[in-house]
Every structure is written in structure tokens, then in C-alpha cells.
Ligand binder design. Sequence first.
Ligand SMILES: C[S@@+](CC[C@H](N)C(=O)[O-])C[C@H]1O[C@@H](n2cnc3c(N)ncnc32)[C@H](O)[C@@H]1O
Length: 541
Amino acid sequence: MRIYYIPHITLIPNDDQYLMTNPYDEIPYLSHAFSDSHPDRLATMATIFGMRPANIQHCSVLELGCASGGNIMPMAEQLPHSTFTGIDYSQVQIDQGQDRIDELGLTNITLTNMDIMDLDDNFGMFDYIIAHGVYSWVPKNIKEKVMEVCARHLNPQGVAYVSYNVYPGWHLFGIVRDIMLYGAKDHTLPADRLEHARKALELVTESVSTDTPYGKLLFDKWNSIKSEQDYYLFHEFLEEDNNPVYFHEFVAHASQQNLQFLCDLGTSVTELSELTSNQQDLLHASASNTIEIEQHMDFINNRTLRKTLLCHQEIQLDRENLANQIMNLHVRSQAKPESTPVNVNSAETITFKSPVGRISTNNPLIKSILVQLVEGSPATHPVAEILKYSEPATHQDCTPTSGKVIPDETREVLQFLYEFDSSGHIEFSTQPSLYATRAPDKPEVTRLNRLQARKGEPVFNLRHRRIPLTEFQAFILQLLDGKTDHAMIHAVLLKHARNGYLTLKNDKTGIITTDPDGIDSNLSAMITNTLDYFTNMALLR
Ligand SMILES: C[S@@+](CC[C@H](N)C(=O)[O-])C[C@H]1O[C@@H](n2cnc3c(N)ncnc32)[C@H](O)[C@@H]1O
């Protein structure tokens, strides 16, 4: 059997008849939230580089290739005064998304089954345009159109987010893809193609000598993807189109449409500062501007994926005065000092541990800021306020004095904070906390979260990040509709215990309690701990 292609449509032989089948109808994409594409992230980066992006509370967002809308749906529930439009050419995925929108009763989101190629000037203008997982996964004409849409449908201060596979990293993944395509070549049905593709790659990686650079590379690449789910492997490696580009080619394409590079979200600016001074000298001798530096960093880091933000070419970006713009933002952090108390003014170096790693500093102002942020966690605080509160502890003027000049020391520290934000130790935002920072008497989570917990799906918080939940936590989450207080949660759980549906297992001793009275005496503390966890994880509204 053979597989025939017409542009982005697969023809699959079926009982001697050829049925037109969209691969995304055959194996729908698991559609979920991507925190980097959230309008607040886009607005924050745009603000840092001197733009005046639309307020995310009243903005318009377009997502191209939205699958079943899993990325923009939580945004729509969180930002009810903003509007969200998703388009995708897979009818199956759009139908799945529409069912969920109906179930949630959302009125500010529209999913439309259409080809990106059919999008014309009547489609309207948007403050934020997202194309995640589309640009390098489609034929050339659609790639052109994606860029054109980002230019023609973006408001003057709008920001477009485009993710795409890049070289040089994809040269190596390209070998993996070639092996998989070869394994699948005699098969037509997606499940068969995937099975034979996996087998071919297993055969090669099991047989190749890992003593050779080639063998080691293949083995490492296969290890990094082998536990990925079928839908991902199929669309990432077995699609007809997967056309990575070099970063500089992407930027050149953007500029043909009068778009310019704003910044990248997949890369960390700390990578640059981690180079030795000799390496930095070599880099600056070869690279004369931001684009060339970024391209060299891709070569150095063997990058495979980029998440690039673009804006209109006419905008005068300000890459020199980040501190001035950062002063207008809000900031949060979960970085905890490894030793306490922290003496801000001593010369002692303190290490702070955040979910993404460690940072060490002896700078009094940075120490003071991080201590305040962890004490105020999970709330987001105005940067200017945090600096003001640091003045007594650091014995220095941290905020602009007369004439609005930011003190040099503060300017330097804000540059460090920008690097910490890029590496994920702290997080800037254009908004005060978009979630409850203390559990109210009757806690509430989004309807989408309750639905996700009920269906056993991954749950994403109000910062668009996946939050791991135990069965117990997922059960409580479903009850949090803003009308249920601690006592009511307790009563529901006790009823389940009496009916034999709830048992408790002590994680330390392994002892299982089935007796309802025994369960009852533990419940109150467990509910409190769970609600605290939800608060810290930014799940409560
Ligand atoms: C790799 S998936 C990414 C889905 C989603 N953005 C995500 O990242 O989870 C690519 C998506 O683009 C859609 N797509 C591909 N070509 C398209 C076209 N010409 N018009 C509209 N949608 C398209 C596919 O149906 C699919 O849902």
C-alpha cells in the first residue's frame, strides 16, 4: 500500500477507495495551555522592550492552528473581558473544542474550522497572535501565510508569538525523523506507521555502538523522546511537513513582512553571561548585532526549538533602558533562601533555591528583594514597591529620587532580575496577582479546572502551568465552586468515608485507615493543607 499526499491532506486507501483524511483528524493533538504564549507573558516582554502593549484584561487574541483550543480556553475563562479566536483546519479538533466551550458556557471565545490560507482582510485585527507548533510543521505556502497573518492582522502595538523547530539542533533530530519515516514507509494507517517507525528507531539505537559520536547522539535523542505520547511522535516525526529553519532565516522572513524580532522566550539571557570572557570576546568579534548573537548562541547550544516574539518593524524598541520599563512591572518569586535568617547587609553569599534551580548572591539589594518576594509569595508585587521597601534594610536609595533618575546600583540589579526572569527564578508580570493569594472561606477554581479534575486530565493553574495533583487533591478541586466551605468539604469527604469510598494511607508509615472515625480525625488538617497547596500553586481565583 502507498500513501499519497496532496498539500497538507493525506489520502489513505480504504477498501480500494481513497478517503481524504486530515492527519490531525486521525490523531488529534492533545491541546493544552502553554505558559509562554499567555498574553501576560507577551505583554510583559513587550513592556520591557519599551512597547505599549494592549492591557490583557481588554485585549483580542488570535491563535492559528489552535487544535481543540486547549491553550486559549483557560485564557478566555480567566480574562472574561478579552476575546479569543482560534482557527484550525481539523474539524475533529474544532468539534472537540466547541463541545468543551459549550460545557463551560464561555461566550468570549470562538473556534472556527478553517484553513489558514483562507484568512482574509475581513478577519479583523488582534493585539496578540499565537502560532504555536505551526510555522515549521506546514508546507512553504502556509508558512508564508502564517507570517503574513502575523503582519497584516496585528494591531500597531501588537505582539506575535511564533514557535518553530530550528537548526542546528534539528539536523540531529532530522536523522531520527528519517529513520522513523523509513520504518513507516510501507504503512498507511497512522497507528501502523507509528508502530513501525518506533520499531525502526529501536532497531537502530539498540544496534548502534554508543562508543561512537554518531551512536551516542542517536541514543541520546531517542532517549529524550521515546516516552513521548503517540500524538506527539506522530505529528513531530511522521508528518509530511517538518521544515526547520535557522533563526536568522526566520528573522529575515519576518522582515520581508515588515515584522521585527522582539525577543525569544525559549532561550535564557543568562546563557550569554555564563560564557567566559574569552568566549564573549570571540562572540562579539563575530557578531555585530542582536540577531547575529542569537544565531551564534543557537550554534553554541545546539538549539532545536525557538519561541520568538515579533512586532511591527516601525516600532522603536528600547533595548538599553530595561530598568526604566521593569520599574512599571509586577514581580513574584518562589526562590527560598537555603539558610536563614538572611542578613541583607553582611558580605555573606546566600543561595536561593527556586523550582528551576539555585541562585547565589551577596548583593544586599538582590538579597532583600528575594527575601521580600518569598515572604510575600505567592502574591505578585509592584517592582517599585519592593525596591522602596528595600531601602531601610540596604541603607540606600533604591528608587528614583528627584528628576526620576534610577540609582546606578538599582539599574544594575534590575538587569540581574531580568536575567532571573528569563531563567525562571522570578517572574515579571504586567498585572497584580491574577489569582487569590489567600484561600477564601469558600474557595473557587475555574470551571475548566473542575472539569479537568473530574475527567482525570492534567490541570493547569492561573499562570497557565501544569500542576501535579494527587487523587485526593483532584477530588477536593472538583468541589471548589465558590459556594463550598471547609465544613462542607469535610462533610462530603466523611460521607464518602462512611460509604467505604475513602481510605487514607499514611505516606510515612504505609498504614491504611478505613475506619470513618479515624479518617474524620485527620480530615480537617488534610483539607487545610490541600487548600494551602492550591493557594501556593495559583489555582484559586
Ligand atoms: C503541531 S499541531 C499544534 C497544535 C497546537 N497549536 C499546540 O501546539 O498544541 C499543528 C496544528 O495546526 C493545524 N494546522 C495545520 N495546517 C493548518 C492549516 N493550513 N490551517 C489551519 N490549521 C492548520 C493542525 O490541524 C494542528 O492542530
